[in-house]
Ligand binder design. Structure first.
Ligand code: SAH
Ligand code: SF4
Ligand code: F3S
Length: 487
């Protein structure tokens, strides 16, 4: 167990219970685990927590499949494409397993929840573990390695009672001191699950009902992270703006969490994702953004469509006009705020006129950036059950490309406003795609950072700046990236 960590006592017990005791093996040989992650920030956070708990239980980290004893894939079911990537990965692992049958393969997360025991049938997978059962991973891995036992840890129906899971709450206290964490940054879960049942979406089925964590647990966790040197926390929830926790006669909402987090010494920036367009608590959250100096002026608030008819069929409870009204109120209240969104093109029954309404909405919303997805029918959802996937793939593609072009023009106009200006960024580390300012020399490589409004900034500087704040003067812009020099 790492000396630096300040895990609660129970967690120590949990990890020690599952610590490795290989009595009949070379005790100096530490089994190595490789983890792969698909999907949203929730999954990234789950992976980090699993990695930290495995480290505490005595496992090492593998660099790739070739030196791994265990490969765990944390999976996403949100679109068919996301699942296909996992199946193709399992295909590769099947190949490796032919020469190394002792390799343990685990499927975690949303696909494990959706497909359950089916995944064990192909002979590749040894462990299937749903998102609510991930605290059991150290135990399941140990059973697979030592007792060669296959296991299925998935519950058939996630009810509210099982979603309020003390083991999961305990796991949140594990700290991801993983080397791969962006220095100075951490995700903190505010809520699990989702109750919205948008008709296209699998998330409520695989993640279960909405459960807000106690406000004290969230704030205590932020305090401990601050003590470890974290300067930016991102509060996570599928509809995080609807966070609600009743405690001692008071109902805490996201604005209360932001206010309490704002008081934590050491924390400098606070973000939250994702927001569901709804009146409830909206003004309180905008006020918190405007008034609390640490809360970043950035909203990720997906519209999904600009057609009221399609929004209704999607079971989203707002009209395009109401959505745009929320955005303009946020822009009025919070100076310099940036907004991003998600759009689905080709939802069942989407006509050219519906699509045009979406184009209009995107033009009016003036997003910093937008994620545009082609509709993918998901088994068991209302849209898949009752509506024909009527828009041909080539039409979905055409609409996707057209909308991307509309958004790119807007992003370009918004980014150009930064030319010649100085921005403050939290430095993430080395830039992965050195496109402009080629590394001048080893001591001055190309770095990447983000503004409080989530703009990506690329500049040259010492790598030691990772995890620190820096001021950068912008000299060139592109739709998604600002380029500049340290001021
Ligand atoms: N909770 C978040 C998003 C969760 S999924 C929210 O409600 O905004 C992330 C994005 O994937 C969604 O915003 C949606 O745009 C997209 N998505 C979800 N289900 C999809 C499907 N069946 N086909 C295509 N895109 C989908
Ligand atoms: Fe899915 Fe809708 Fe919940 Fe987002 S709000 S996770 S799109 S059901
Ligand atoms: Fe995917 Fe599950 Fe997240 S379906 S988007 S990983 S909640």
């Amino acid at each position: 167990m790492s000396e630096k960590r300040s895990n609660p006592k129970q967690l120590k017990n949990l990890s020690q219970k599952n610590a490795l005791h290989f009595s009949n093996q070379d005790s100096t040989r530490q089994p190595k685990v490789l983890m792969k992650t698909f999907g949203c920030q929730m999954n990234k956070l789950d992976t980090a927590l699993v990695q930290a708990s495995l480290k505490d239980a005595g496992y090492g980290v593998a660099d790739d499949e070739s030196n791994a004893d265990v490969v765990l894939i944390n999976t996403c079911s949100v679109r068919e494409h996301a699942e296909r990537k996992v199946f193709s990965h399992l295909g590769n692992l099947k190949h490796i397993k032919q020469s190394r049958p002792e390799l343990i393969v685990g499927v975690l997360g949303c696909m494990a929840q959706r497909l359950g025991g089916e995944l064990l049938e192909g002979g590749v997978v040894d462990i299937v573990c749903g998102p609510g059962q991930i605290p059991q991973i150290p135990e399941l891995v140990k059973q697979a390695l030592v007792e060669k036992r296959k296991s299925l840890a998935v519950i058939s129906e996630i009810r509210k009672e099982s979603a309020e899971n003390p083991e999961l709450e305990e796991l949140e206290s594990v700290f991801d001191s993983d080397d791969k964490r962006i220095p100075g940054q951490a995700f903190v879960r505010a809520m699990r699950g989702c109750n919205n049942f948008c008709s296209y979406c699998i998330v409520p089925y695989v993640r279960g009902p909405e459960v807000s964590r106690p406000q004290e647990a969230v704030i205590e966790q932020i305090k401990r992270l601050a003590g470890e040197g974290v300067r930016q926390v991102t509060l996570l929830g599928q509809a995080v703006n609807l966070y609600e926790y009743k405690n001692g006669g008071k109902t805490y909402c996201l604005a209360d969490l932001l206010e309490m987090a704002n008081e934590v010494d050491g924390i400098e920036w606070i973000r939250f994702v994702t927001s569901y367009p709804k009146e409830e608590y909206f003004d309180e959250i905008c006020n918190a953004m405007a008034e609390l100096e640490k809360v970043c002026g950035y909203f990720h608030m997906p519209a999904q469509s600009g057609s009221d008819r399609i929004l209704k069929a999607m079971n989203r409870h707002y009209t395009a006009e109401q959505y745009l009204d929320l955005i303009s109120r946020a822009k009025e209240k919070v100076g310099g705020i940036a907004v991003s969104g998600d759009i689905i093109v080709g939802f069942p029954g989407e006509t050219d006129a519906d699509f045009e309404a979406t184009v209009e909405l995107v033009k009016k919303a003036r997003y910093k950036n937008a994620f545009i997805f082609k509709y993918s029918p998901r088994p068991g959802t209302k849209a898949e059950n009752g509506m024909e996937d009527s828009v041909p793939d080539e039409v979905k593609k055409k609409r996707n490309i057209e909308l991307l072009a509309v958004q790119e023009k807007i992003s370009n106009e918004l980014s150009a406003e930064f030319l010649g200006k100085e921005v403050k960024v939290l430095v993430e580390g080395l830039s992965k795609k050195p496109h402009l300012n080629k590394a001048e020399n080893q001591n001055n490589p190309q770095l990447i950072g983000r503004t409080s409004t989530d703009w990506i900034v690329v500049f040259n500087g010492p790598q030691s700046l990772a995890g620190e704040f820096a001021n950068v003067t912008i000299s060139k812009t592109s739709p998604l990236t600002l380029f500049g020099q340290l001021s």
